[in-house]
Design a protein around this ligand. Sequence first.
Ligand code: WTA
Length: 649
Amino acid sequence: MSDAHGHDEWVVRPASAQDGANCSAEDYAALYSRSLDDTDAFWAEQAERLDWITVPSTIADWSFDPVRIKWFEDGALNICHNAVDRHVEAGRGDALALIFEPDDPAGEVRRITYAELKAEVIRMANTLKKLGVGKGDRVTIYMPMVPEGAYAMLACARIGAIHSVIFGGFSPEAIAGRVEDCRSDWIVTADEGLRGGKRIPLKANVDAALEKVPAKGVLVLRHTGGDITMREGRDHWYHELSDGVSAECPCEEMNAEDPLFILYTSGSTGKPKGVLHTTGGYAVWTETTFRYVFDYRPGEVYWCTADIGWVTGHSYIVYGPLLNGATALMFEGVPNYPDHDRFWAVCEKHKVNIFYTAPTAIRALMREGDSHVTKHDLSSLRLLGSVGEPINPEAWRWYHDTVGKGAIPVIDTWWQTETGGVMITTLPGAHDMKPGSAGKPFFGVCPQLVGNEGEVLEGAAAGNLCITRSWPGQARTVYGDHDRFVQTYFSTYKGKYFTGDGCRRDSDGYYWITGRVDDVINVSGHRMGTAEVESALVLHPKVSEAAVVGYPHDIKGQGIYCYVTLMEGDEPSDDLYSELRQWVRKEIGPIATPDHLHFTPALPKTRSGKIMRRILRKIAEDDYGALGDTSTLADPGVVESLIDGRQNR
Ligand code: WTA
């Protein structure tokens, strides 16, 4: 076996540690074909591992043209019952559901059993009810990485409310936009968050957001004990309001297609979209992918370092692991606090078996040297995973050789907010691994590579990655804007779901994701629309126009490069440079802080006024030889002055 470059040595066989894996090579071949040839029977079987109030009789019912996606349509269930109560009822109430590792390594570790989780979720659910939250209501969750964040999500699911989790690093403006978009009357937050020893003013950010949009109630967890203001009648301390609530709270019966959550994500145009996931399909998809992809075995400790504010946290800290009755570690902190060995110290401390993180973290830690890893006993590790962006082979090698001691598999999982769960990955017991390739499609996933004219590319080829069939975990719509859903994902290549990613398939049928082909950039594994950063910049009174592109960045994968033209009479200066960076940070959040600003008197435009981003990307990459055709430019001189500006910086 060799990859498309003929590098035989790049193929890494799964180690013998994988004996007894959930899925062997033969199993994969059989299950994958069955998932495509006998789709309904396959997914009906997978769904049997869950408790249904009404077992579904229709399984797949979808069309990509017109766009209408339904799975398990006449089934009824509650995902919180399946993630929590079911395990307690099966006599596993004493098994650990969550392990909480606080930001401060000397702080208190919390170990929460499934029985305790059930009690905590019920307490939160009854408190939400007391506030007035009911089935179908949208609840915004803006929380630090503490177990109460997971309780809030599960409590919403229990009572049929739709959660919309906002990453704790987002600004008041971003919160207000999301609260307004889904008309969420309720917000669950904490006084402050804690990351790397620094306090994050969560409640103060919510207060600032609520100056722009109304809300009926804010539930506040006391976490750091920091000073905050509470508005009478609107804001409630969780510990006070939850005092004396009943210890019973039945799980609401939900139709499989009832909404479970909204999660905002960036696209190539406009404001972030509220991607909507529904109950049954998402439950089956996260349960099944977690089980096979992480090859989870009872009693193991699993740690995903993502934040619950992102889809990875939804599917692989909360729902996937808990639906499997797994023990999931929740980490409040950051990889380099108090030192660069924190991840490995936590792995050793909690005897982590399965570890799932992002390439940006791997690259940053790799740079700090091997000693941070080697001084810890990592013998508990059995499986390593990567997600969020393409992993460069060098980082893959280090992860495999230094962290995994060359003895355990590394799975590279490709998926998106819109896909609900993993779509392309090698399965630990089934596939050889190739550093830098995500691998093979998961059960039920039909990838297709399409050329720019819409032509289908067969065999070893490179093109735009589409998916031709629906899968249970697929997003159903954009909240409140189905047309936008259709436009964004199904109109580029009619009848197909277009991922926005470029991809190569080698002669072994392995997929190599090459990154976004649209105006979305991936900064430290966080998805960012260049349009969002541009809108933030032009809100500044001195900015006339802005164009934002990604450029290769050693640690972050991609950095944010902003071309800025100023208003007549305003001049570039060092002060304005830092002011604009702070401005974007305040408008969107720290993750959107520009890495580089390039002041220019003009932007390269076509005669019809369209900004030529292709050229801007090349200049940001210092790739001046490959500017391509500039003959359609209204003023070709702009390009030379941009290159001059770049070289004299
Ligand atoms: C990128 C995160 C290469 C990709 C789960 C995708 C990846 C976007 C990988 C989705 C991977 C995610 N290899 N690229 N293993 N995983 N991506 O919605 O560009 O935050 O379209 O979901 O991240 O980002 P999102």
